[in-house]
Design a protein around this ligand. Structure first.
Ligand SMILES: Cc1cc2nc3c(=O)[nH]c(=O)nc-3n(C[C@H](O)[C@H](O)[C@H](O)COP(=O)(O)OP(=O)(O)OC[C@H]3O[C@@H](n4cnc5c(N)ncnc54)[C@H](O)[C@@H]3O)c2cc1C
Length: 530
């Protein structure tokens, strides 16, 4: 159980302070703990786990930022090894059905199946044209090849900054053709059918940018991540934190919630600890921030550093609405399946649809609505919440729409804000009933989160859900690095490698490599998850 900063002050001598208890923060803490280090993790939220936390209302429970994770059910996969390493093998996974994603464009559905062969076969059945079929084969090969090159791109984040600056481009040269181009540029060079491109890029919501804006390397990593299907943590996503915390505790480390860091302290040019929001100070010889690059450079460091100017092309990612739904029956009785549904307008034009939506969000069709069924994914859900089910529906949101309520308080934002929430809730329910009409009249509870919820609970200023945008500029930026201009201050998290539980967890390994001087990526792979 995480400790509450409201109840006790962390008074031990810690080797490291980590700001933020998301998967990257606690993953790093556990890796350091396994190296015998005592780590203090400070989390401002009342719940630990960052985007892996869950919340409850009226007898229901929802996850916030974990709907499916790839590669963890394969005993020999690297991602599984890392999870085994940081949890001491205590986290169990439930595999989703072979058909993990269903994409719906008007009347047409396309199923993404586990396994490259099955993936291709199901798509080819929908695209009988010879040229399309050839393109599907080429696509799968390309995704495999491109995602393999991403290693070089992240290795340079762990090298001395001077090496990254001078030789980074050379070291990551294999990845350049993929990270420097948009997904559209790469795919349209060999796929002539825009409908096929629309389908192949349908998972764009998993990284937040449509094909004409996203870096192809991000698309390739994401698609490859799910090629072998998806899994869900048995017992819900809160189990991720619960299974990592004991590893941190075992080495004398602690995780505190309600512990907001206000400032990173610097003494003689080196990070020396943190000042908390209540003004008290905690000292340690090394500080790591997993709170995001913008938070770290713009808020937690009081002096402005030149490096921030080098990131002027790097922008915050998308923000979202999420409708959390509760129903008083089991998934079986309600006919809910674990397969994720992705619902789009029927024109297959993701870029155009987003533009239209941002121009007129109240009237334009949602560019994507993603529907997840956590109660159906987790066999233990019925033990915790007998006779109940949950559903989540996510769509994009424009943060600018919410700026006028920025200074209002959570749950006290006023009638106009509540009215807007109700309008979007009804629109999202309509999308749900469009797919599962038998659920109409069965919804017992719903609650909508907005970008202001993400800002309030997760401290992302623009309600961004994936940290930095995953565009070519971000992947080309050498300024994004584990090391900061302040000695003994380091970064980890989704901004270092990529969004996604796997991306954020890999960033923990990259940062741990810098901190310990040991190649932790190799160490974990060699340990084989032991
Ligand atoms: C709606 C949604 C759905 C998603 N679905 C999936 C999915 O299905 N599969 C998948 O793999 N990924 C998914 N993701 C992405 C994934 O959840 C994130 O990329 C990942 O969890 C980020 O981890 P992190 O450790 O980098 O950051 P975070 O989890 O954001 O952790 C950062 C922590 O720092 C804390 N913090 C910030 N400022 C301070 C401060 N001043 N003091 C103390 N603490 C502070 C925050 O409160 C937060 O807890 C989803 C994300 C969202 C939002």
């Amino acid at each position: 159980m995480a400790l509450s900063y409201k109840k006790s002050f962390p008074s031990k001598d810690y080797d490291y302070i980590i700001i933020g208890s998301g998967i990257s923060g606690i993953g790093l803490a556990a890796i350091l703990a396994r190296e015998g280090r005592k780590v203090l993790v400070l989390e401002r939220h009342y719940a630990p786990g960052g985007f892996t936390h869950t919340f409850s209302r009226c007898g229901y429970e929802w996850d916030v930022g974990v709907h499916y994770i790839g590669q963890v059910h394969q005993e020999r996969s690297f991602i599984r090894h890392i999870f085994n390493y940081v949890t001491d093998g205590s986290l169990k996974w439930v595999e989703m059905p072979d058909n993990y994603d269903r994409l719906i464009f008007g009347e047409q559905t396309y199923d993404f199946y586990k396994g490259k062969q099955a993936f291709k076969e199901h798509l080819k059945a929908k695209f009988p044209d010879k040229e399309d079929q050839k393109a599907i084969d080429e696509y799968v090969d390309l995704i495999t090849r491109a995602s393999r090159t991403s290693k070089g791109l992240f290795t340079i984040k762990a090298l001395p900054k001077i090496v990254t600056a001078l030789a980074g481009s050379y070291i990551a040269r294999d990845a350049k053709p993929y990270y420097s181009k948009t997904t559209w540029e790469v795919l349209s060079s060999f796929i002539k059918n825009p409908k096929l491109i629309g389908v192949l890029t349908g998972q764009f919501g998993d990284y937040g940018l449509p094909p004409k804006q996203s870096s192809f390397i991000m698309h390739a990593m994401l698609v490859n991540h799910y090629f072998d299907g998806g899994s869900y943590p048995s017992g819900g996503s809160a189990r991720i934190f619960e299974s990592i915390e004991p590893v941190i505790n075992k080495a004398g480390g602690d995780v505190y919630t309600n512990a907001e860091v206000e400032e990173i302290l610097i003494k003689n040019g080196k990070a020396s600890g943190v000042r908390m929001a209540d003004g008290r100070e905690i000292h340690a010889s090394q500080v790591i921030s997993s709170a995001g690059i913008f938070n770290t450079y713009d808020k937690l460091l009081k002096k402005r550093w030149d490096i921030r100017k080098k990131m002027k092309n790097v922008t915050p990612s998308v923000s979202h609405f999420c409708l959390y739904i509760g129903l008083k029956d089991t998934p079986e009785n309600l006919g809910l399946e674990p397969t994720n549904l992705w619902v789009y307008p029927d024109n297959y034009e993701h870029d155009e649809n987003i533009k239209n939506y941002l121009r007129d969000p109240e009237n334009a069709e949602f560019p994507v609505a993603y529907i997840s069924f956590p109660a159906a994914k987790d066999p233990e859900f019925q033990q915790r919440h007998p006779g109940r089910s949950t559903i989540e529906i996510i769509t994009m949101a424009d943060y600018e729409m919410f700026r006028k309520w920025e200074s209002t308080r959570w749950r006290k934002r006023g009638e106009d804000y509540e009215a807007l929430k109700e309008r979007y809730s009804q629109r999202l329910l309509k999308v749900l009933y469009g797919q599962l009409p038998h659920l109409e009249g069965k919804v017992d509870y719903y609650e909508l989160s907005t970008p202001l919820s993400t800002r309030h609970f997760m401290n992302y200023d623009h309600g961004e859900i994936y940290g930095l945008n995953h565009d070519p500029e971000r992947f080309a930026s050498k300024a994004i690095h584990v090391k900061t201009p302040v000695k003994h201050l380091y970064l980890t998290g989704q901004d270092i490698v990529s969004c996604g539980i796997a991306g954020a967890l890999i960033s923990s390994l990259v940062t741990a490599t810098v901190l310990t001087g040991r190649n932790m990526i190799k160490a974990v792979a060699t340990a084989g998850g032991a």
